[in-house]
Design a binder for this molecule. Structure first.
Ligand SMILES: [Zn+2]
Length: 399
């Protein structure tokens, strides 16, 4: 599998790699470039990977590295390379130009190795998805399956995202628009997605979402001066985004694994009569949200929270400030949503219960923060983790 993927990657590198340099330096750089051998690049990549200092490199390797730094674009649209990410960035900005500011930032982090659906896609025929209760394979076996079959991981992720958008958000992929019925966020106008490959070999999805009929921040802030519109705005957002779990009294087994049971079947309506009384359904949902939320959405600080010099604080800013009631501060144009539990990730109850994966859903309409959020989001969802030694590899293939 990896060999085949590597062949495809090499082919793409050969066909779609372009070097751009300043016109005045073209002659000299072209001459120097033609003298670089694949062997030198391989050696340089190896030394950089082992974190050799620049001063310890040989003169030949140093020249090659300098040359590499003078060539602006190594490759166009190759998945994972910086130029491809730049393309994504400009595409997102085009969406901003056309649709205005997005309203919601949604992150979906499926736990692939704990999913019976993934096990089935991986080829484990002992999984019977028709059963209400599933048995999971041990975590380390799940992790091996994940590492063993990246294509199944990508298939599973694509399947999950398609299900969320078509069944929960009511997006019609054939028509590229919201279905007439809409979904749990009502009707979407557009969305943009970026995938991120994690160090565990899994995939995360980051989405910016535009709601149909949603206002730009400036228009919205004018409307929020009206108490009635402000009330309706908060009713809507508190309905779709929660920052607390239901206040129900349930005992949760510490070993509870949300992926071993299917979600409850939603009520059906026959001749105007629902199959389950609304109060009973609310109670079932509250119990499920509590169970799944405690396991999947509660933030517990770990070592990753303190990476990048954040020794004293959690870089994800947990615990969040508890906010008793949503409010709009007209002076700073801040939209602040209710937060009942500072250790909880923002969640939507239906995404939580029906997908059973960690997720995050944020309203990004808060004054200047909206603009700051845009810069943060485009930077974050297109962040590169490409090390210098990795940049040598496509060069090596081309030469
Ligand atoms: Zn933390």
């Amino acid at each position: 599998m990896f060999v085949v993927l590597s062949i495809f990657q090499c082919r793409t590198v050969h066909l779609h790699t372009h070097f751009t340099v300043q016109r005045t330096q073209f002659e000299s750089l072209a001459r120097r470039l033609s003298n670089v051998s694949p062997h030198t690049l391989s050696r340089l990549a190896d030394q950089l990977q082992k974190e050799h200092r620049y001063s310890n490199l040989s003169a030949d390797d140093r020249n090659t590295l300098n040359l590499l730094n003078q060539v602006n674009t190594v490759a166009a649209r190759l998945p994972g390379l910086q130029s491809a990410k730049m393309f994504v960035c400009s595409e997102i900005w085009s969406y901003f130009g056309f649709f205005g500011m997005p309203h919601i930032f949604f992150t979906c982090k499926p736990n692939v190795s704990h999913s019976p659906t993934f096990q089935l896609m991986y080829g484990d025929n002992s999984v019977d998805l028709t059963q209400q209760f599933q048995s999971l394979i041990p975590a380390h076996e799940g992790a091996i399956h994940l590492a063993h079959n990246p294509v199944a991981v990508a298939d599973f992720f694509h399947f999950l995202v398609t299900c969320i958008f078509s069944h929960l958000f009511g997006w019609d992929f054939d028509c590229h628009s919201s279905s007439e019925r809409g979904g749990i966020l009502r009707h979407l106008e557009a969305f943009y997605r970026c995938n991120e490959f994690t160090e565990r070999g899994s995939l995360h999805g980051h989405f910016v979402i535009w709601l149909l009929g949603g206002l730009n921040p400036t228009e919205l802030h004018n409307c929020l001066d009206c108490p009635e519109l402000q009330r309706r705005f908060f009713v809507f957002f508190e309905d779709i985004i929660h920052h607390h779990l239901p206040d129900t009294d349930v005992n949760i087994d510490p070993a509870f694994e949300p992926h071993t049971q299917w979600p409850p079947l939603p009520p059906t309506i026959t001749s105007g009569v629902p199959s389950i009384a609304p109060a009973e359904w609310d109670s079932i949902m509250a119990t499920k949200v509590k169970h799944c939320g405690e396991v999947l959405q509660c933030h517990r600080c770990k070592w990753v929270c303190h990476k990048y010099g954040n020794d004293e604080r959690c870089r994800f800013l947990f615990p969040h400030e508890v906010i008793e009631e949503s409010y709009y501060d007209a002076a700073s144009k801040s939209v602040v949503l209710k937060c009942g539990d500072g250790t909880m990730n923002y969640l939507n109850p239906y995404i939580l219960v029906y997908c059973r994966h960690n997720h995050d859903l944020k309203c990004i309409l808060s004054g200047r923060a909206a603009k700051a959020a845009m810069f943060y989001i485009t930077d974050y969802i297109t962040k590169t983790e490409l090390k210098t030694h990795m940049r040598c590899c496509p060069w090596c293939c081309v030469l």
